[in-house]
Design a protein around this ligand. Structure first.
Ligand code: ATP
Ligand code: MG
Length: 277
């Protein structure tokens, strides 16, 4: 099989009209892949995405063809999927203020051009979930764009539909997670077009790499949250004297283990099934 793309986390192979998306155990912070893998991370991302895809399929079709019809050495971490032409937008929904969204609000009072009330602090719950798209940069970091920018890029109908779908997926995911004591603060989705023009949900969905997960019983606005996601690795890396350019620092064993524990916890709490690798 031909390797067509090696991303920060996934290796993408072509098999005829289909792709095999293989999630590795790599972890990236600030777009730099760190040299130390997090055991089981790729499998957890893949299994959790599959779980969500099934629960979101009535909102929009997804790219999954098969989770089992994949080469044996990738079992558990690979998805055979439809090959899409990905849209050049990161489709982000936010229900709480954190990360770059918080930074942007502090600068301008808006995120992606969406005005927000005064007086919000880190981790504040927003009056309602908002759509905050960014560019999908092939080089460098993604930047906030407005809904009108998305319309200009891909047209009115597609922009309107996928904005609605993004918010609907976020709301459903957040409601389901809330029942299990987890806040989904924000999430990033990717959509593409199938050969017949259909809009399809691709990539990964509502995982700890693409979303912020916080235990609801520890949520205190005004400070950084206990995170069950990649933020934990970002926070650790911020304690180092590292300028966020490659090469990234090696991750010490205890941080690897604590990160793995967080990914496992999210999987177990959301799906209600013990993680067995
Ligand atoms: P980059 O590719 O810039 O490194 P990334 O680190 O997020 O970004 P990965 O998640 O490692 O990338 O790789 C997955 C890649 O496959 C992404 O570029 C994503 O847009 C793309 N992709 C996901 N699903 C599909 C699909 N069904 N068809 C085509 N491309 C897809
Ligand atoms: Mg990705």
């Amino acid at each position: 099989m031909e390797l067509v793309h090696s991303g920060k986390v996934r290796d993408v192979y072509a098999d005829g009209d289909e792709l095999i998306l293989v999630a590795s155990d790599r972890v990236s912070v600030y777009d730099v892949v760190l040299p130390t893998p997090i055991p089981d991370k790729g499998k957890i991302l893949t299994q959790l995405s599959l779980w969500w895809f099934e629960r979101l399929a009535d909102i929009i079709p997804n790219h999954v063809v098969s989770a089992t019809d994949v080469p044996r050495e990738w079992a558990g971490r690979a998805i055979r999927c439809r090959r899409l032409t990905m849209l050049p937008v990161e489709w982000i929904a936010r229900g709480h203020l954190a990360g770059l969204g918080l930074k942007e609000y502090q600068k301008s009072g808006t995120v992606s051009g969406v005005p927000l009330p005064d007086g919000l602090v880190e981790a504040s719950r927003l009056p309602e979930p908002i759509f905050t798209p960014t560019t999908k940069a092939t080089e460098g970091h993604d930047e906030f764009i407005t809904y009108d920018d998305v319309v200009r890029e891909i047209g009115d109908d597609t922009a309107a539909r996928l904005k609605d779908v993004t918010l609907e997926i976020y709301k459903r995911g957040a409601a389901l997670a809330a029942e299990r004591g987890i806040i989904i603060a924000d999430t990033k989705l990717e959509f593409g077009r199938a050969a017949d023009g259909t809009l399809v949900l691709g990539d990964e969905v509502l995982t700890p790499d693409s979303s912020r997960f916080w235990p609801a019983d520890q949520w205190v606005p005004g400070r950084p949250q206990h995170s069950l996601d990649k933020q934990f690795v970002r926070d650790w890396s911020s304690t180092l004297d590292w300028d966020r350019t490659p090469p990234g620092p090696a991750i010490p064993d205890e941080v690897v283990e604590a990160t793995r524990a967080r990914y496992t916890e999210v999987y177990e709490r959301l799906t209600g099934t013990p993680w067995t690798s």
